[in-house]
Design a protein around this ligand. Structure first.
Ligand code: ZN
Length: 311
C-alpha cells in the first residue's frame, strides 16, 4: 500500500478531540500504544494533542511528550491544536509538523471557547503566523472554522460570515482553512453549498472537513463533501470527541466507518481496516469504561469484502 496512491487523507483526531472531551485521563503510555497502532494501520496524519494549560485540560498535560513520541514515525504528519500564540510556541517547540487553530464562525461560541471575539482571533493568528515565519517556516498552519454549520449557543450561523472569516484567515497567512461542524448540525445540502463557496473564495487553500455524527448525518455529510471535491477528512476512532464548550455536541465521525465507506467505494485511503480494528482494541484497553462507537467494527466486514469495492 503506497502513500502515493492515497486518494483521500484520513486525519485521525481521536488523541486530541476524543481524549479531551471525556472524563478519563488516558496515561501517556496508552496514548503511545494507540498512536503506534494507528500508524501501523496506515494512518499518516494524527492530531495528537492540544497545547492548553494543564489546569484547564488535564487530559492534555503530556502534550509535548506525546508529540515527541509521534515524531519518531517516518512520514507521519504530527498535528496539534493550539488556541493561541502561547500554545503555538509550545507546540512548535515540541516539534509538531502542523498546528491547527479553531476559529469560531459563531460569535457566541468564540467567546465561550477561547474568550476572544472573532476579530481578536484574527489578531492572534497574525501573531502565530509571525512566530511561525520567524522560527519554524516549515510548520504548516491550518484553521478549522468551528461552528461553521450552526451553533448550540446562537443557533444559525450566517454562511456569509463563515466565508468572510475563511477569507480573513487566509489573508493573514494561514496555509489552509477547513470547515468544522462542531455541533453536528450540518446536512449534506448545506455541506455541498458551503464547501463550494469556500473553494470559490480561497481556492486550493480550502482544507479539511471536520464533521460530527451527533445527529447521524456524519457519513452522509462526508460523502457530500467528497462529491464537492474535499479530499481531507478529520475523524475519530470509536467516534470519541465533541466540544466541551458546545453543550450537547458529541461524537466525531467514526474513523472505522469512514474508512470502510471510502474503501468500499474503491477510494484508496491507504488504511487497512483489519489493522484499524486492532488499533480500536488498543484504544478500548486504554479507556476502560468509556463508550467506543462504530457500526462497521461491531457488524464486521461484509462477507468476501475486498478493497476496490468488489464483494
Ligand atoms: Zn470534533
Amino acid at each position: 500500500m503506497s502513500n502515493a496512491s492515497i486518494e483521500v487523507l484520513i486525519s485521525e483526531v481521536g488523541p486530541r478531540d476524543g481524549l479531551q472531551s471525556i472524563q478519563s485521563i488516558m496515561p501517556t503510555a496508552n496514548k503511545e500504544l494507540w498512536i503506534n497502532a494507528l500508524y501501523q494501520s496506515g494512518i499518516r496524519e494524527i492530531e495528537v494533542a492540544s497545547f492548553v494549560p494543564a489546569k484547564l485540560l488535564p487530559q492534555m498535560a503530556d502534550a509535548a511528550d506525546v508529540v515527541r513520541y509521534a515524531k519518531t514515525f517516518p512520514d507521519l504528519t504530527v498535528l496539534a491544536l493550539v488556541p493561541n500564540l502561547k500554545g503555538a510556541e509550545a507546540a512548535i517547540q515540541a516539534g509538531v509538523d502542523k498546528i491547527t487553530i479553531p476559529v469560531s464562525a459563531s460569535a457566541a461560541h468564540s467567546l465561550a471557547n477561547v474568550r476572544k471575539t472573532r476579530e481578536e482571533m484574527i489578531e492572534e493568528l497574525k501573531k502565530i503566523i509571525g512566530f511561525r515565519n520567524a522560527h519554524a517556516p516549515l510548520v504548516q498552519v491550518e484553521v478549522g472554522i468551528a461552528t461553521a454549520f450552526g451553533c448550540t449557543l446562537q443557533g444559525m450561523v450566517p454562511e456569509d460570515e463563515v466565508i468572510w472569516l475563511a477569507e480573513q484567515v487566509i489573508e493573514v497567512g494561514v496555509d489552509e482553512a477547513g470547515l468544522s461542524d462542531t455541533t453536528g448540525y450540518a446536512n449534506p445540502a448545506q455541506i455541498k453549498r458551503l464547501f463550494k463557496r469556500l473553494r470559490n473564495a480561497i481556492g486550493n487553500k480550502a482544507g479539511a472537513a471536520h464533521l460530527h455524527n451527533t445527529r447521524g448525518l456524519g457519513l452522509a455529510n462526508c460523502l457530500a463533501a467528497y462529491e464537492e471535491g474535499v479530499r481531507s477528512f478529520d475523524s475519530s476512532m470509536g467516534g470519541l470527541g465533541g466540544c466541551p464548550y458546545a453543550p450537547g455536541a458529541s461524537g466525531n465521525v467514526v474513523t472505522e466507518d469512514l474508512v470502510f465507506m471510502f474503501e468500499a467505494m474503491g477510494v484508496n485511503t491507504g488504511v487497512s481496516l483489519e489493522k484499524l480494528f486492532e488499533a480500536r482494541e488498543v484504544l478500548r484497553l486504554g479507556l476502560p469504561g468509556e463508550a467506543i462507537y462504530g457500526m462497521v467494527p461491531e457488524a464486521g466486514l461484509p462477507k468476501g469484502f475486498s478493497k476496490k469495492g468488489s464483494i
